[in-house]
Ligand binder design. Structure first.
Ligand code: ATP
Ligand code: MG
Length: 576
């Protein structure tokens, strides 16, 4: 391809609305252009990168025995009503009506459609196992589309779905996908960590995410996930799923009797701990949440934080938020109290389910709210002064230096970008949608399903997050739009142009993906653009051509060698 013909406009400046480096660089280097919030044009260079990633994904999915299909992007509401997700999916689901007033949606994911496909197409256990996948655009009306391709509203995903006759077979299908994913990301030049994760609204029990780890102190915060890991035994999990043991802390408040104390202006844990001269770990916090419209009071140690996803999952919820002040007022009124937030306690709450983090059960002679503003109960004990909570669970957010549950070592934390995930769905969709097959014994059974996603466009952006420098993108060879660019320093110099054209043609003949910068631009502009766009190799034809020498530059390490044009061509041919 000739740069003079290539549809690309590089910019001098970063776009003003971009926060993270992949967004900045992909716009500035002419890969993407925003159409509207969270929706991007993939320009020719980007399309080449996406095709590269897609082809790697295709090859590895096919190698793993999966078969590609393509399902519709627009889906009828009927299927979603069958699965029960039409009501619960929330605002990310973009709903619309057709001319006959039928409700439809833009596919955010395809469990419903694939289950209907399997329901019609798979009759017998003899057809199992089967794994079907597609590569397609998805639409999710994300609440905060941001970071360019990392969290768009429209984005490209590979989604695969496995159908098995029993759990043991699902385990095998899952394992095969885990291996395929590792290979896929490796081939894309991305090191990933496979971490345990929450299976969320999609249902099911076991799931893992593939994370590209991002340096915490990098200039941006593109890693939206906290990954806790143990460098001793290898345990790793997303914060929404991570568990830990706690280092020993003071859990006995030391109060000799239960007593209501005046605690003016102590709505926060710090204020209360300061006022009573006690450590926060002997306070039992009571936080009111709203989960799918219902009130929940969560009890947790004063020095710890509630992990909202864990809490929500305890109630099989889909949406969680902390209660507003007016909602707390409503609860107080219904329960015959009038305390404000900060003084709430579980005792006497009406219309509120109570759940305790299991670590609060260890508290003795502790401090807790009693629904009276500016007062707390000190020296409380479970079963005597406060009812022992019926529902207890692990709803605590893990923190760095907590202890690994598997080996006791200190956990570390890092930021990660989720580029893919694998879920064991079980029978959630097949049961709800009555998708069955006839088993060996002649019985009708629901399929045991798994689903497996890879964010194609997000993977491209994650590659930029990992591989760039001050001058621009440094694509891994396997997913670069072009492998090499030939740059004649002066388009006015006949010899330079002639040699550059010769190199270009020789490489073209061998089907190398090669660019030639034949534009009538200053050398500086051309060299800067080559770096910005991130082509892995550059052959520069300049003044030294009078000695039959060109510059061979490796973008990755910036190394420059002076070699003959023939050697340069050979170098590249050896690489492919
Ligand atoms: P996240 O937690 O980041 O929102 P998710 O759990 O919603 O992701 P899935 O529904 O399982 O993700 O989708 C599979 C893959 O699609 C994800 O691993 C991710 O790589 C990609 N993906 C999901 N949402 C987006 C988005 N808004 N923009 C780009 N890629 C996305
Ligand atoms: Mg999501």
């Amino acid at each position: 391809m000739r740069m003079s013909k290539l549809f690309v406009q590089t910019l001098r400046e970063y776009p003003s609305d971009a926060e993270v480096i992949s967004h900045k660089l992909l716009v500035r280097a002419g890969y993407i252009r925003k159409l509207t919030n969270g929706i991007y044009n993939y320009l020719p260079l980007m399309q080449r990168v996406l095709h590269k990633i897609e082809n790697i994904v295709r090859e590895e999915m096919n190698n793993a025995g999966a078969q590609e299909l393509l399902m519709p992007f627009v889906q009828p509401s009927e299927l979603w009503l069958e699965s029960g997700r039409w009501e619960v999916y929330g605002k990310e689901l973009m709903r619309l009506k057709d001319r006959h007033n039928r409700e439809m949606c833009l596919g955010p994911t395809h469990e419903e459609v694939i289950t209907s496909v399997a329901r019609e197409g798979i009759r017998s256990y003899k057809q199992l196992p089967i794994n079907l996948y597609q590569i397609q655009s998805k639409f999710r009306d994300e609440i905060r589309p941001r970071f360019g391709l990392l969290r768009g509203r429209e984005f490209i995903m590979k989604d695969a779905y496995s159908f098995d006759a029993d759990e043991a077979e699902l385990d095998k299908s899952y394992e095969i996908m885990a291996k395929a994913y590792k290979k896929i990301f490796e081939r894309c030049g991305l090191e990933t960590k496979m971490v345990q994760s929450d299976s969320g609204a999609i249902g099911g029990s076991v799931s893992h995410e593939f994370m590209v780890l991002i340096n915490e102190d990098s200039e941006n915060n593109a890693g939206e996930n906290d990954v806790f890991y143990c460098s001793e035994c290898g345990y790793s999990a997303n914060s929404n799923h991570a568990v830990s043991n706690l280092e020993k802390a003071q859990t006995d408040g030391g109060f000799t009797s239960a007593q209501i104390k005046n605690t003016p202006n102590t709505a926060t844990i710090t204020e209360l701990a300061d006022y009573l001269q006690i450590p926060p770990s002997v306070i039992c916090k009571c936080l009111i949440y709203v989960i799918d419209g219902k009130y929940v009071a969560a009890l947790i140690r004063g020095d710890k934080t509630v992990e909202e996803t864990k809490l929500m999952n305890e109630f099989q919820g889909n949406e969680i938020r902390i209660a507003r002040n007016d909602e707390i007022e409503e609860i107080m009124a219904n329960s015959g109290f009038n305390a404000v937030a900060g003084f709430i306690g579980p005792k006497g709450l009406k219309g509120v389910e109570i759940i305790a983090d299991k670590t609060v059960l260890e508290l003795k002679n502790f401090v807790i709210g009693i629904n009276q503003t500016d007062k707390h109960l000190t020296g409380a004990n479970w079963g005597i002064d406060v009812e022992l909570p019926v529902k207890t669970a692990d709803i605590r957010l893990v923190e760095e230096n907590d202890l690994c549950c598997d080996c006791g070592a200190k956990l570390k934390v890092t930021k990660g970008i989720e580029v893919g995930n694998i879920f064991k769905l079980g029978t959630k969709y097949s049961k709800a949608m009555n998708a069955t097959f006839t088993d060996k014994d002649g019985q009708e059974k629901p399929f045991i399903m798994g689903c497996y996603g890879i964010g194609i466009s997000r993977t491209a952006a994650a590659a930029v997050e990992r591989h760039h420098d001050d001058n621009g993108i440094i694509w891994p060879k396997s997913i670069a739009p072009y492998l090499v660019t030939v740059v004649p320093v002066s388009d006015q110099d006949e010899t330079q142009m002639k040699v550059a054209e010769e190199i270009y043609n020789k490489l073209l003949e061998k089907n190398v993906e090669v660019l030639i910068d034949d534009r009538a631009e200053r050398a500086g502009v051309k060299l800067k653009d080559a770096d910005l766009i991130g082509i892995p190799y550059r052959i520069t034809v300049g003044k030294t051509i009078k000695d039959n020498l060109v510059e061979f530059k490796t973008r990755q390490n910036g190394e420059v060698e002076t070699i003959t044009p023939d050697e340069a061509v050979k170098r590249i041919l050896d690489l492919v």
